[in-house]
Design a protein around this ligand. Structure first.
Ligand code: PHE
Length: 346
């Protein structure tokens, strides 16, 4: 084969060179570029080429050597980076254990409450935690001097300045504020649940916290009666705490409901006989409720001669306490994984 054809042939071989690792690459380098390599051999033969062919062949030969060197360098970089990657990847290492998170007990209980009431037509409404006096108290029939507004219960966003009244921006102390928002923006029939976090200025202890969670409910339509309220709450108590559960309504007072009541359920620890948990009474309190005061309906633009309604409100921590017997309320907000892990299977 003429020298020129051999150069062409080698150019083709160089183009198709492949090396999977450093050894194969070195073998290629030796085959073509070492002292006894094929390309080096061609340079030796070049000496005997007649002068008129030297120019063309010389260029071709240089091109061949450059391409071979370039390709080998390129492949060396590739092989080295693959080797570095492989070294970083320790295939013998045991994989990191996958830590599955758990639902927070308060989320579990809130979802269960919502689920139970959604089966009788309630939907969820949410509203802001930073509220104004009007939605938290004013429209809910709280007299201007009602003690719940007092600094002891309510966190105001700005302090009282001199003679000036405190600004009316505050942290909501109950989710009834969401109910006023729903009543002013929707027309009856209204059937909503208002879950959310609320704030009260209380000293933190095992039994009280400066924030907790509520689910409140509101149903407004024509002819809604106290019997409807009682029926819905009995259904809830049995679904939540078991079919044996009994309820008892005690007269109470809330500015926004008339009549108002507090609801107890039979103590499931002693079956109503009386124990230390229910302080010997056989009953434990779980929520407040009542018929929406006509003043509230009117303040929200609902005709109280046409519509009536009931409302109820419960603390999620309280329900969770009864379900899981958590003695210290603070556990719910400390996020100690040893506490939270206990709810893995719930
Ligand atoms: N809003 C009341 C509270 O925060 C609970 C409640 C709601 C009572 C609705 C009666 C009716 O304690």
């Amino acid at each position: 084969m003429a020298l020129k054809d051999r150069v062409q042939d080698l150019l083709g071989q160089v183009r198709d060179m492949k090396a999977a690792n450093a050894e194969e690459l070195e073998a290629l380098r030796i085959k073509y570029l070492s002292k006894k390599g094929e390309i080096t051999a061609l340079f030796n033969e070049f000496r005997n080429v007649p002068p008129e062919e030297k120019r063309e062949l010389g260029q071709l030969l240089n091109q061949l050597r450059q391409q071979a060197e370039g390709k080998i360098n390129e492949m060396r970089e590739l092989v080295e980076s693959q080797k570095a990657k492989a070294e970083r990847l320790d295939l013998t290492r045991t994989p990191d254990p996958i830590e599955l998170g758990t639902r927070h007990p308060l989320s579990l209980v809130r979802e269960e409450i919502i689920d139970i009431f959604s089966r009788i037509g309630f939907t969820v409404a949410e509203g802001p935690e930073v509220e104004d006096d009007k939605h938290v108290y004013g429209m809910l029939n709280f007299a201007p001097e009602h003690p719940a507004r007092d600094m002891q219960d309510t966190f105001f966003i700005e302090k009282e300045i001199g003679e000036q009244k405190p600004t009316d921006v505050l942290l909501r102390s109950h989710t009834s504020s969401v109910q006023t928002r729903v009543m002013t923006s929707q027309k009856p029939p209204i059937r909503v649940l208002c879950p959310g976090r609320v704030y009260r200025n209380e000293a933190i202890s095992a039994r009280a916290h400066c924030f907790f969670h509520q689910v409140e409910g509101l149903y407004i339509d024509k002819n809604v009666s106290f019997a409807d309220l009682k029926e819905a709450l009995l259904y809830f108590a049995k679904e939540m705490f078991g079919p044996e559960t009994q309820i008892r309504l005690r007269p109470s007072y809330f500015p926004f409901t008339e009549p108002s009541a507090e609801m107890d359920i039979s103590c499931d620890l002693c079956g109503g006989k009386g124990c230390s948990f229910c302080k010997g009474t056989g009953w434990v309190e779980i929520l407040g409720c009542g018929m929406v005061d006509p003043n509230v309906l009117e303040a929200c633009g609902i005709d109280s001669k046409v519509y009536t309604g009931y409302a109820f409100g419960m603390g999620v921590e309280r329900i969770a306490n009864l379900k899981y017997r958590v003695k210290d309320l603070r556990l719910f907000s400390e996020n100690d994984v040893r506490f939270l892990r206990q709810f893995e299977s719930c």
